[in-house]
Design a protein around this ligand. Structure first.
Ligand SMILES: Nc1nc2c(ncn2[C@@H]2O[C@H](COP(=O)(O)OP(=O)(O)OP(=O)(O)O)[C@@H](O)[C@H]2O)c(=O)[nH]1
Ligand SMILES: [Zn+2]
Length: 195
């Protein structure tokens, strides 16, 4: 299992802190108060955290029960960073897959979301990376991923719209090609919408 290409292993927290200090000073911040003295350090660490997914093993099991129905997990929360403005976008992921010879440990779906969310992203790429990862890891008969997110770069600045959700999807295999499976996937996803 490979880490997403967006995560840079060569990060330099000392250089990031110095750059944060120069950046905030250039914007007129007073970095000499007791409260802001350590802000460049905190800022460097905070952004590094946002680009640091926890690694894990995507444990899979033989599909001994011969499960041939969709396995769905709803509302996996995530936080990512818009690569255009370096501001967060936050939301949730709904997953569904039609198993082949293997099923995946349920917690690994949430961990897989984090793996791709923690780094500079656009929502469309995040969505398809999650779907492709499940296809490569599990070789299921089909996969569906729906991502709902609010982008802080739209909420806090620019367009300044609050509560707008962007919805993206990536369907693979039978979830894409078989109308009955696709419709069943969306009925699960829509049943959880608005929660
Ligand atoms: N497709 C896509 N666009 C995104 C995503 N995150 C942010 N953007 C958009 O990236 C675009 C960047 O456009 P620019 O015109 O270069 O930036 P800007 O002048 O700051 O634009 P405004 O946000 O409209 O003020 C904006 O429209 C953002 O809403 C994303 O995940 N997917
Ligand atoms: Zn943005």
């Amino acid at each position: 299992m490979t880490a997403p290409a967006v995560v840079r292993p060569d990060r330099d927290l000392v250089a990031a802190e110095e750059a944060a200090r120069a950046f905030l000073a250039a914007l007129g911040w007073d970095l000499n108060t007791p409260s802001t003295r350590d802000t460049p350090h905190r800022m460097a660490k905070a952004y590094a955290d946002l680009a640091s997914p926890r690694q894990f093993t995507p444990t899979a099991f033989d599909n001994e029960e011969g499960c041939d129905q969709l396995i769905v997990q709803q509302a996996i929360p995530f936080a990512s960073v818009c690569e255009h403005h370096c501001l967060p976008f936050v939301g949730s992921v709904d997953f569904g897959y039609l198993p082949g010879s293997q099923i995946i440990g349920l917690s690994k779906l949430a961990r897989g979301v984090e793996l791709f969310a923690r780094g500079p992203q656009v929502q469309e790429r995040l969505t398809s990376q999650i779907a492709n990862w499940l296809v490569e890891t599990l070789r299921p008969k089909g996969v569906g991923v729906v991502v709902r997110a609010e982008h802080m770069c739209m909420r806090l600045r620019g367009a300044q719209v609050s509560g707008t959700l962007t919805i993206t999807s990536a369907l693979r295999g039978l979830v894409l090609d078989d109308p009955r499976t696709r419709s069943e996937f969306y009925s699960f996803v829509n049943a959880g919408a608005g929660r």
